[in-house]
Design a protein around this ligand. Structure first.
Ligand code: ZN
Length: 800
């Protein structure tokens, strides 16, 4: 129904919506003449300023396309004064930096138009404005921003709807310079990212306190994994760092075949366990004292955390009434809202929401379509929507060796703006790497900032509209996302269409506004504004293509396609995205026809990234993939900010046995080596070397059989290759220059993301070698094309 980039599995021309096909091929960037432009916009010269992006590359000839350093986001072609204040691409970026003037031009380009956001990212600098009047457009409610224009001292024109608004008296005073009469120098007009302290009209009720409820599986299986110890210790260690203030509340529920509440009322000498065994009709055994004030009842909470790991040691309970436990949690949190954290170690098999094993282990390596990617029941989605309505978000920690039907369980987090964590085969003894990950993730989870009772709205300039959202939330109205919790590690993506031609516009803007309650009980609004130029030729559209953003958005679209249609359809659609865009480039932009597979320089990595997606855990076929692992990978692609998704899609490979200080970074008096990025092919490995692969949530260190002895002794601390231990997850802390360099580099990589990637040291005989080698996506496997074969396939389809 939307005139959008249609993500088609078949190369059917009819299915592309082309409302206006009158645009000529390869039209020149005529546009409005300079006389019509404001002085600032007259400086724009789109044709000549981006020659590198449009340099023609023959992919079949140029085989070393991967740059040695990370690819920066393209810079939109804006006048310097606008560019200087534009939103940071890590927070807000578009798949196309040059916005097509019409939907028909967009359709012709065959690239998806969308935005990727990381709106609550931890920032080193954030201007915060306290002001009794927040200046917004009277017509479209856009916040005043760096891309509005001042007609004079007293009037500003909205950059989204063009309405002229009055400048309020208060805005004439600049609190930064303490001067009067320069409204264009206000912080709101100097910063694309800014936060407002909201006055009372931005709240429907007094700001809620921080409320944390932990729901813990204590079945026999759960006790076996030993996760309770780590959880309780971690919460004890971080209990004073939980975001909040003197009003913070906390509570606990454990469950197996029954639901156990804990009375933590002040004055009790020890916590009191209250068991509800009627799981069909969950009620709260006592009206208060289940959620208690953390400050007042800290000792009882600490007592409970110290005793919990031993409380169920001898349990024979094998059943898991997760659905009822969640219903209990919902009842408990409904009056206030808050965060529900759920730890689950098996398939729920009792009461409401019970699930059955749907995975056929024989189909894990199937080349045919993968079944059961969609939920088996609406139970978890319905409950999530109930939670969302009461400002309750649910985060799910899955720690399981067996199939848990994450496709069904994940809905509880997806629709309540929570997040899912997955630790397959978690075991306190047998899987130390997972234990370390769980510990580090918990620390981040418990101490990172959090916003409660949030909503986010994304506004676009008149003519543009958003038609599909990706991420974890509930869409309340067309552009309003309901976020019971907002966390700083969540990413979002949206797809857009052009409803009205942007004829008379040189630039368009996008503004995301996140309204939330801070853990200190303040209502705040974080606003990000992005400004992009409008173009009217296909060559300009191609020149502004952001290959990583396109890949990230396509990944989200492919996840949806896998669930609503089939994995086969999603895979075809991915391949067609590469074929169609390069075909359009060849037909509409290239002026001289020449043989080969031709791409503009800005898209030269597109086929590589599409192939990487096809071999990614989410979409691969023919390689054994557990259903929950696949579903979790899909969750991550939909929910992670682009920077982390890209590492999952196309890991970074480095040689690390010869690290030097040449070109190194210097951060906090530490020297961080910067080895060059290598292509993901076994050809790039050497038996004489050691190679580090950063795959986002996992880092592999592969040791060649004839590895440089200096690396073995000075970094790994072993005399020879044979002495490299199996299942090594930690580099020894050796006092050698080589060890310091290697650890500095790995530490720096880990610091770039909020979650903790585990390290796996791999020898040729290692069990984990397969998962390392599966990331060598340029090589041919039994069931998948090599990069070169894939290029030949694309060329064949394009020249058809
Ligand atoms: Zn407006």
């Amino acid at each position: 129904m939307f005139p959008s980039f249609s993500f088609n599995s078949t190369k059917c021309q009819n299915s592309w919506h082309t409302p206006n096909t009158s645009v000529s091929h390869g039209a020149m960037a005529g546009g409005p003449g300079p006389a019509q432009l404001s002085p600032s916009l007259a400086a724009m010269s789109l044709q000549s300023s981006t020659p590198e992006a449009l340099r023609v590359v023959n992919l079949l000839q140029e085989r070393n396309l991967l740059p040695p350093t990370p690819i920066p986001a393209p810079t939109p072609c804006l006048p310097q004064d606008l560019q200087k204040v534009n939103c940071h691409p890590e927070v807000f970026r578009s798949t196309l930096c040059n916005i097509p003037q019409t939907q028909s031009l967009l359709n012709k380009a065959k690239m998806p138009l969308g935005l990727l956001l990381h709106p609550f990212k931890d920032l080193s600098q954030l201007p915060v404005v306290t002001s009794s009047t927040i200046v917004r457009c009277r017509s479209c409610r856009t916040y005043i921003n760096p891309f509005v224009s001042f007609l004079d001292q007293r009037r500003w024109k909205c950059n989204l709807c063009n309405r002229v608004n009055d400048v309020p008296e208060e805005f004439m005073y600049n609190p930064v310079s303490r001067s009067y009469g320069e409204p264009h120098k206000r912080p709101e007009v100097q910063n694309a990212t800014i936060e407002f302290i909201a006055p009372s009209e931005y709240m429907l009720r007094p700001p809620q306190p921080a409320v944390y409820l932990f729901i813990l599986d204590v079945s026999h299986n759960a006790v076996e994994t030993g996760y309770l110890n780590v959880f309780c210790q971690s919460l004890l260690d971080n209990i004073t760092s939980l975001p909040g203030d003197s009003r913070t509340k906390i509570g606990f529920i454990t469950f197996d075949s029954t639901i156990h509440f804990y009375n933590l009322q002040e004055g009790l000498s020890q916590p009191q366990m209250l068991i509800v065994s009627d799981i069909e009709d969950i009620f709260l055994p006592t009206p208060d004292s289940l959620l208690v004030n953390l400050n007042e009842c800290k000792e009882l909470v600490q007592d409970l955390l110290k005793s919990l790991p031993t409380l169920f040691q001898k349990t024979m309970e094998t059943q898991s009434a997760l659905g009822s436990a969640l219903q209990a949690g919902f009842k408990l949190l409904s009056p206030t809202g808050g965060r529900m954290t759920v730890f689950q170690t098996q398939l729920p098999n009792l009461g409401a929401g019970a699930l059955q094993s749907r995975e056929d282990p024989n189909q894990r390596a199937s080349a045919k379509d993968i079944q059961h990617l969609s939920p088996a029941t609406d139970f978890y989605k319905t409950l999530a929507l109930d939670c969302s309505g009461q400002q309750v978000a649910v985060d799910l920690f899955m720690l399981s060796a067996q199939y848990c039907d994450l496709a069904s369980l994940g809905c509880i987090s997806r629709f309540s703006a929570g997040s899912v964590y997955h630790y397959p085969s978690y075991h306190h003894q047998h899987n130390p790497a997972q234990v370390e990950c769980f510990q580090k993730d918990l620390k981040r989870y418990l101490t990172r900032k959090i916003g409660f009772e949030a909503v986010m709205r994304i506004r676009c300039s008149k003519g543009l509209s958003i038609h599909t959202f990706h991420g974890n939330f509930f869409v309340r109205s067309t552009d309003l996302l309901s976020l019971p919790n907002v966390n700083p590690d969540a990413g979002f993506a949206v797809q857009m269409s052009i409803d009205e031609n942007l004829d008379d516009m040189q630039v368009v803007s996008f503004q995301a506004a996140l309204l939330y309650t801070s853990s200190k009980g303040e209502r705040r609004i974080r606003v990000h504004t992005l400004c992009l130029p409008v173009v009217n030729s296909l060559s300009d559209i191609f020149a502004g293509a952001d290959v990583q953003a396109i890949t990230g958005l396509l990944a989200c679209m492919a996840v949806d396609r896998s669930v609503t249609s089939s994995l086969g359809d999603a895979r075809d659609a991915l391949t067609n995205a590469a074929i169609d865009s390069l075909t359009s480039y060849r037909q509409n932009v290239l002026t001289i026809q020449q043989p080969g597979l031709l791409s503009p320089a800005c898209l030269r990595l597109f086929p590589l990234f599409v192939l990487a997606l096809l071999k990614q855990k989410s979409f691969r076929t023919g390689t054994s993939t557990r259903l929950d692992d696949r579903v979790f990978s899909m969750c991550q692609l939909k929910y992670q900010p682009l920077a982390y998704s890209m590492l999952m899609i196309h890991p970074s490979l480095y040689r690390v046995d010869d690290l030097t200080d040449e070109g190194a970074l210097n951060i906090n008096e530490r020297t961080i080596p910067q080895p060059r990025l290598l292509q993901l092919s076994v050809e790039k490995l050497s038996r004489e070397g050691a190679f580090l692969m950063d795959a986002g949530t996992v880092i592999y260190l592969w040791i060649g059989q004839n590895c440089n002895p200096i690396f073995l002794t000075q970094v790994l601390g072993v005399p020879n290759y044979a002495a490299v231990p199996e299942n090594l997850n930690l580099l020894p802390d050796l006092d050698t220059a080589e060890s310091q360099r290697t650890r500095a580099f790995i530490g720096w990589l880990r610091d770039q993301r909020p979650f903790f990637p585990s390290l796996h040291i791999i020898r040729d005989e290692s069990q984990r070698k397969a998962s390392f080698m599966q990331n060598m996506i340029e090589d041919r496997t039994e069931s998948a094309l090599s990069y070169y074969e894939f290029l030949l396939h694309l060329q064949q389809q394009i020249s058809k």
